[in-house]
Design a binder for this molecule. Structure first.
Ligand SMILES: Cc1ncc(COP(=O)(O)O)c(C=O)c1O
Length: 365
């Protein structure tokens, strides 16, 4: 038996451990801006829904409760402008990372099939292709890809790590190209509600997809918009044929969201106030960190949306990581997201106001 883990790269975060130890030795403690993990409270309206559903002795379903599917279609209509989505167009998943990692396998892709993702990208797109034994290709411009053997095209707008947003015209052109060549588009939109200098658009918007969901699926997560990374809650919405097939497989695989979490997601998707409140927190941290990084000689590129600042001092990312960790600040090296990021670092906005204040003082001193 050959180890499946042998198909996978070194887990990137393990490479940051020694820098983390250095940063943690700072007399005023570490400011960890590396992983984009939420630190603010789970909103009360969501906690209440979770606890009220605590008495859930039976098995939940993979497709979720009708109330959950209603909440998803309702949110997609209200926040993304998607028209005419039905229950057959949605699929809850157990956090979007598991979907990203197992999608090529669940689509039946393997040797000879290709998966494409952005040149600078969340590493799990590649992991998914590797787990399936499929080939993969990183692109600068998706419509310049060779469509031969290309089965799955990942979009990610707003982007992790760069915060770049694809405009309506760009998205429309990619969707048209993919449909022409029979390539399935999965659009990871988990930062869609975190636009700062740009208003991100979904592939489900009629101006992009022309009102048809054929060949396109959007992936959304509750982790960032609702501080629910610990709950593991996300969903896919779009092409009913693709999602119906995934549903069959995932039913056999037992990939259900726990019932109390399903109830929590219904509450979360029905409430926009907590999202606005959380956005305010991130906006203030972003403004402070951006100014401090610039005063410390960094240049920020893109970053018009998402939870990150994509920063460079025109040096190796590991030199930047090494320098900042001596000041007790831990950031992610850009090459975690592809070799093209090797002169950037990704600075997350996910630290408390107190910790962000500490980082600002250290950068400005
Ligand atoms: C682009 C992107 N997709 C998916 C995920 C996974 O999020 P989750 O599994 O919490 O839904 C992340 C997490 O950072 C991400 O940045």
């Amino acid at each position: 038996m050959s180890a499946v883990s042998g198909r996978l790269p070194v887990f990137p975060w393990d490479r940051l451990e020694s820098y983390k130890t250095t940063a943690a030795a700072h007399p005023d403690g570490i400011v960890d801006l590396s992983v984009g993990t939420p630190v603010d409270p789970v909103p009360e309206v969501i906690r209440r829904a979770l606890t009220e559903a605590a008495d859930s002795p039976g098995y939940p379903t993979v497709w979720g409760t009708p109330a959950l599917r209603d909440a998803i279609t309702g949110w997609c209509a209200r926040r993304l402008g998607a028209r005419g989505l039905e229950h057959r167009n949605v699929l809850p998943v157990v956090g979007s990372k598991e979907l990203v990692a197992w999608l090529p396998t669940q689509l039946g892709l393997g040797p000879g099939d290709r998966v494409a993702f952005p040149r600078l990208a969340y590493p799990t797109y590649e992991v998914g292709a590797r787990l399936a034994g499929a080939e993969y290709v990183a692109y600068d411009e998706p419509t310049e890809l060779d469509p031969a053997g290309l089965r799955l095209l990942w979009l990610n707008s707003p982007s992790n790590p760069t915060g770049r947003v694809l405009g309506k015209d760009e998205l429309r052109a990619v969707v048209a190209w993919a449909r022409e060549h029979g390539v399935l588009v999965f659009s990871d939109e988990c930062y869609v509600e975190l636009g700062w200098e740009s208003d991100p658009v979904s592939v489900l918007h009629p101006d992009v997809c022309g009102g048809s969901y054929e060949g396109i699926v959007a992936v959304h997560s509750l982790s960032k918009r609702s501080n629910l990374a610990g709950y593991r809650a996300a969903f896919a919405a779009g092409d009913a044929g693709v999602l119906g097939e995934l549903l069959q497989i995932r039913k056999h695989g037992g990939m259900m969201t726990p019932a109390p979490v399903q109830a929590a997601v219904v509450a979360a998707l029905g409430d926009d106030d907590h999202v606005a409140e959380q956005r305010e927190r991130y906006m203030a941290r972003r403004t402070a960190l951006r100014a401090a990084l610039e005063s410390a000689g960094f240049r920020i590129e893109h970053s018009e949306a998402s939870l990150y600042l994509w920063a460079t001092r025109d040096e190796s990312c590991w030199d930047t990581v090494g320098d900042l960790c001596k000041r007790g600040i831990l950031v992610a090296p850009g090459d975690f997201y592809g070799p093209a990021g090797d002169r950037f670092v990704r600075v997350a906005l996910t630290a408390t106001d107190e910790r962000v204040g500490a980082a600002v003082r250290r950068l400005e001193s």
